[in-house]
Design a protein around this ligand. Structure first.
Ligand code: IPM
Ligand code: MG
Length: 370
């Protein structure tokens, strides 16, 4: 069958590309504290993106204006990562936009719409790959329940890396999942380092290694290898199905601290975790690599809110939490702390509809607390 030959040929190409990707990985980390100027790129995205980003930028200026005036921080607005532009050019991230993004150190990014089906890759996935942002860090905190979770989701491999490049034969479709030693080692190290530096004594490894024997089997084994370098920290194994149940079990859920998990499971369980905290609009998300980092809202572009004329009621909490993570990442710990404290203290309630405050009035109240 001709299709079979073509599919085998494609598989060979994919395998060699993946081997090349791994060969290029290195661990050189940028030191932000040693940089003269740090450039923060602002990418508003689509749907409610520009609405929440306007407020996030106002807050950023209020926190950083001294450092901007002193030339230590530069804020650069990057246009063109909109669904209209991406569809027009047929590129998930147009080349000129990518070049501008690469001229920054870190990004604050609004949600970008991913067309369902078709060939177009999600802009998020493209950016995570192009900038090699391998650690998706998603904290979820519910102090009154003693919950303080941080998810370390592998962000460049698994089902995502070849997600738009599966094969189809007549009557059949196949997608691929890729797990590498080097890719797993770096996310495991990031999770255990976080645990060590933040006084945590447990890292839970979450996979489905009983079924995905090769890929998740490798993920588990490498995480345990890394764990050997962290004697005070327990590494425990869980399957994703039972962990999904554990998170809604109030009797045990506050015992978990740090999670490390492959890409797709991390995607799914972090929405669940965010919902437990109060909704996907309440969680921030950091995509960290050794050279670049991108901070974003965990939720999507909410086109339905715009269709219903409710855009102004979008909740900026998620992007603001991401902003606090960005500030911490670029060694502005004091500003990050201020923003986190204001977010925790702000009593204005945004409900996503006309019963709650608008995005702007929420930001107004927050600014008064800064
Ligand atoms: C996320 C999102 C993305 C993902 C989408 C937008 C591609 O759900 O950041 O969790 O699946 O990773
Ligand atoms: Mg998701």
């Amino acid at each position: 069958m001709k299709e079979l030959e073509l599919a085998c040929e494609q598989f060979r190409t994919l395998l060699s590309e993946q081997l090349e990707r791994v060969a290029k990985m290195n661990d050189e980390k940028v030191d932000y504290s040693a940089k003269d100027v740090i450039t923060i790129g602002i990418v508003a995205g689509d749907g409610i993106g520009p609405i929440i980003m306007d407020q996030a930028v106002r807050v950023l200026h209020k926190l950083l204006d001294d450092k901007i005036a002193a030339g230590k921080i530069c804020i650069k607005t990057i246009e063109g990562l909109t669904i209209e532009n991406r569809l027009r050019l047929g590129k998930p991230v147009p080349e000129d936009v990518l070049a501008q993004i690469k001229s920054c150190d870190v990004l604050l990014k609004g949600p970008t719409t991913t067309p369902m089906g078709g060939k177009m890759e999600s802009a998020n996935v493209t950016l995570r790959r192009e900038l090699d942002l391998y650690a998706n860090v998603r904290p979820v905190c519910i102090p009154e329940e003693g919950i303080d979770w941080v998810f370390y989701r592998e962000n460049t491999e698994g089902e995502y890396v070849l997600g738009s490049r599966g094969v189809e034969l007549p009557g059949m479709a196949v997608d691929f999942k890729v797990t590498t030693d080097a890719g797993t080692r770096r996310i495991a190290r990031a999770a255990f380092e976080y645990a060590r530096q933040n006084g945590k004594n447990r890292v839970s490894i979450v996979t489905k290694a009983n079924i995905m024997k090769k890929t998740d089997g490798k993920f588990t084994a490498i995480c345990h290898e890394v764990a050997e370098n962290y004697p005070g920290i327990t590494a425990d194994d869980w399957y994703i199905d039972i962990m999904t149940a554990n998170l809604v079990n109030p009797a045990i859920r506050n015992q978990f601290q740090v999670f490390v998990l492959p890409n797709l499971y991390g995607d799914i369980i972090t929405d669940e975790a965010a919902q437990i905290q109060g909704g996907v609009g309440t969680a921030g998300s950091a995509n960290i690599g050794d050279r670049y980092a991108m901070f974003e809202a965990i939720h999507g572009s909410a086109p339905r809110m715009l269709e219903e004329g409710l855009g102004d009621y979008a909740n900026p909490a998620s992007i603001l939490k991401a902003e606090a993570m960005l500030l911490r990442h670029i060694c502005c710990a004091e500003e990050a702390q201020k923003l986190e404290a204001a977010l925790a203290a702000c009593k204005t309630v945004v409900t996503g509809d006309a019963n709650g405050a608008t995005c702007q009035s929420y930001a107004d109240s927050l600014m008064e607390l800064l």
